[in-house]
Design a protein around this ligand. Structure first.
Ligand code: SAM
Length: 209
C-alpha cells in the first residue's frame, strides 16, 4: 500500500514538473501509438514518448548546444527517433537492431515528415554507411546493458572509419562511472548533465581533437 502511494506520488510529481500540456500530449501520443506497437511488434518501452521523458528533452537541448553546424547527426539505438528527429541537423540517420521498431519509425515518417532516414543495424551498419563525417553521434538508453569491451571495440572501429566530432552517451548511477571512464579515453568531456527523472547523466564528448 505504502509502495503504491509512493509510486502514485512520484507520478504526480513527474507530471507536475512536465506540465499539463506535456502530459496531455504524452497521453494522446500513447493512445495513438498503442495500436502501432501491436502492429509492428516493437517494444512497449517506446510508448514512453518524448513529452514526459526528461532525458529526451535534455538530449535535444544538449544537441542544440553543440558548437558549429550539425550537418550530419546519427543515433545508434534510435528507437522511434523521438530524440533524433528533433536534433537540429541537416541530415539525420537512425540505426536500430530491432526491425519492428525501424518499421514503426518509418511508418511515423508519414506523419512527421522525412526528418530522418532509418535503417536496421548497429555500429557495423553505420561503419558500412557511405557517410564519412558525423557531427554528432548519439547512443542513449542502451549502453548500460552492453559489456565494456563491446562498447570500446565498436567506438574504436567507428572512430577509425569516420570523422566524428561529438558523441553523446548516458550513464545510470549504478554503473559507477564505467561509461564515463570508457569515453574519457575517446575524447574530451565538454558537458555532463543530471536528469532528475531517471537519475542518470548525459555526457557530451568532443572526439576529433
Ligand atoms: C531504451 S531504447 C532508447 C531509444 C532511443 N535512443 C531513445 O532514447 O529514445 C533502446 C533502443 O536501443 C536499441 N538497441 C539495443 N541494442 C542495440 C544495439 N546493439 N545496436 C543498436 N541498437 C540497439 C533497442 O532496440 C531500442 O530501440
Amino acid at each position: 500500500m505504502q509502495t503504491a502511494m509512493k509510486r502514485l506520488n512520484r507520478k504526480i510529481e513527474v507530471a507536475r514538473r512536465h506540465g499539463a500540456q506535456n502530459v496531455a500530449k504524452a497521453l494522446a501520443g500513447k493512445a495513438l501509438q498503442f495500436p502501432l506497437a501491436l502492429v509492428f511488434g516493437g517494444d512497449r518501452w517506446h510508448l514512453r514518448g518524448f513529452h514526459t521523458t526528461n532525458y529526451k528533452k535534455m538530449a535535444v537541448e544538449l544537441a542544440r548546444a553543440v558548437p558549429g553546424r550539425l550537418d550530419v547527426a546519427v543515433e545508434v539505438g534510435c528507437g522511434l527517433g523521438d530524440i533524433l528527429t528533433r536534433v537540429p541537423a541537416t541530415r539525420r540517420l537512425g540505426f536500430d537492431v530491432d526491425r519492428g521498431v525501424i518499421a514503426w519509425a518509418r511508418f511515423l515518417r508519414r506523419a512527421r515528415g522525412p526528418r530522418a532516414e532509418f535503417a536496421v543495424g548497429s555500429f557495423d551498419a553505420l561503419i558500412r554507411h557511405e557517410v564519412r563525417e558525423i557531427d554528432l553521434l548519439l547512443a542513449l538508453g542502451w549502453f548500460h546493458y552492453m559489456p565494456d569491451e563491446w562498447i570500446e571495440h565498436q567506438t574504436r572501429s567507428l572512430l577509425a572509419a569516420k570523422r566524428v566530432r561529438y558523441v553523446m552517451v548516458d550513464e545510470f548511477p549504478d554503473q559507477k562511472g564505467r561509461i564515463e571512464r570508457i569515453f574519457d579515453g575517446f575524447g574530451v568531456r565538454i558537458d555532463r548533465r543530471h536528469d532528475w527523472q531517471d537519475d542518470k547523466h548525459l555526457l557530451l564528448y568532443r572526439c576529433d581533437v
